[in-house]
Design a protein. Structure first.
Length: 368
């Protein structure tokens, strides 16, 4: 029964997000708003709608651990699992703008979340700050994209086309209905998912936080999984990386921001275990993107394999820690004294080897 509720909640979240994006996009385009603005606002917010709905719904139900765990767990899952699996399918290309701008922004907002959470609480005011930064970031992207080439503008226009006169979603009542149905499905889906997650936690004897960091985080990231793996299979290897980096920034600013606002005067409580371990794992994962992305500006298959391996190790650690397993000290010792140092040395050697080797790539010309 719990599994059916969880799957049903996921389906409602995905259907709701798609309906909301379709209805709002067609409505905006019919009022003459440019495809560029629609793509960078409505569509971008829509891809993070499942995470936002679940986190805000969890806060309103008094389940702060699920709300924050969902965001932190999703960001870890996005980089380690989604990029890892996508890179195993085909080596991923990293656009120079991601290294120069988007990854530093993702790192910055991750550090900001860690700083705000140090006192064990994200207040309503701090939530408002995060959401205001999301609005500012979106405006910045719109202004920056208006300066893009005509080819980039045309790409947004092709992806966001106004409804033709004879199409079923061309009429205002249909567009409004899609928005209402989408919002209702997001609310209903988040309720089902949170209720199923709490039941899972009780049945497995683990905390809400562990379920939020793993099952809920992976579930709400399914749209990103589908988008990135599809992009990798189609050969659109740079889209897979950009999708993950952008999603992580939106998760922190949007999901934590809205959750903080929804928490009211009490604020959004941060569990001590999350503050002492998981947030720092999220930071380390974000930081690891820079050396990995800079090694020839691609994510090779072996690097993707390492990412997936680390995600499996992270989940294994959470489960063993929750159950106080006897193997936990040995597992932690092996990871910290052998696996992590070897990985760091390998990445550093590879990064400098690719930069200094005969096949080193020349820097891009005319890209910013």
């Amino acid at each position: 029964m719990n599994l059916l509720m969880f799957v049903g909640g996921l389906v409602l979240l995905v259907v709701g997000a798609n309906a909301l994006v379709r209805g709002a996009s067609k409505l905006a385009l019919s009022f003459g708003i440019s495809p560029l603005v629609v793509g960078l606002t409505i569509v971008a917010f829509g891809t993070s709608a499942p995470e936002m709905a679940v986190s805000v719904g969890a806060v309103l139900d008094g389940r702060n651990d699920i709300a924050v765990g969902n965001v932190v767990g999703s960001n870890i899952f996005n980089v380690l699992f989604i990029l890892g699996v996508s890179a195993l399918i085909t080596p991923l290309i990293v656009n120079i703008q991601l290294i120069r701008q988007e990854v530093p922004i993702m790192l910055g907002v991750s550090l900001l979340l860690a700083a705000l959470a140090l006192d064990g609480n994200v207040s309503m005011l701090e939530g408002g700050l995060l959401f205001a930064l999301l609005v500012a970031y979106t405006v910045f992207l719109i202004v920056q994209s208006r300066r893009e080439t005509a080819a980039a503008q045309d790409e947004f226009a092709r992806e966001n086309v106004p409804a033709a006169a004879g199409e079923w979603d061309a009429k205002l009542p249909v567009q409004l209905l899609l928005i209402v149905v989408g919002l209702a499905a997001l609310v209903g889906g988040s309720d089902l998912l949170v209720e199923a997650a709490v039941s899972f936690a009780k049945a497995m004897g683990v905390s809400d936080l562990v379920i939020g960091l793993t099952i809920v985080a992976a579930g709400t990231s399914m749209p990103e999984v589908a988008a990135s793996i599809t992009a990798a299979l189609k050969g659109e290897r740079d889209i897979a990386v950009g999708n993950v980096v952008g999603s992580n920034t939106f998760n922190i600013l949007g999901c934590v921001g809205l959750s903080g606002l929804a928490s009211g005067a009490a604020g959004l409580g941060i569990a001590p275990s999350l503050l002492s371990f998981d947030i720092w794992v999220m930071l380390a994962v974000a930081l690891a993107c820079l050396p990995v992305f800079m090694t020839g500006r691609e994510i090779a298959r072996w690097e993707g394999g390492i990412f997936v391996g680390y995600y499996v190790a992270y989940v294994a650690y959470l489960i063993m820690a929750a159950q106080q397993h006897d193997a936990l000290p040995a597992f932690s010792g092996v990871m910290m004294s052998f696996v992590v140092p070897i990985t760091i040395v390998t990445l550093v050697v590879t990064m400098f080897g690719r930069r200094s080797g005969p096949g080193a790539q020349a820097p891009d010309q005319g890209k910013g």
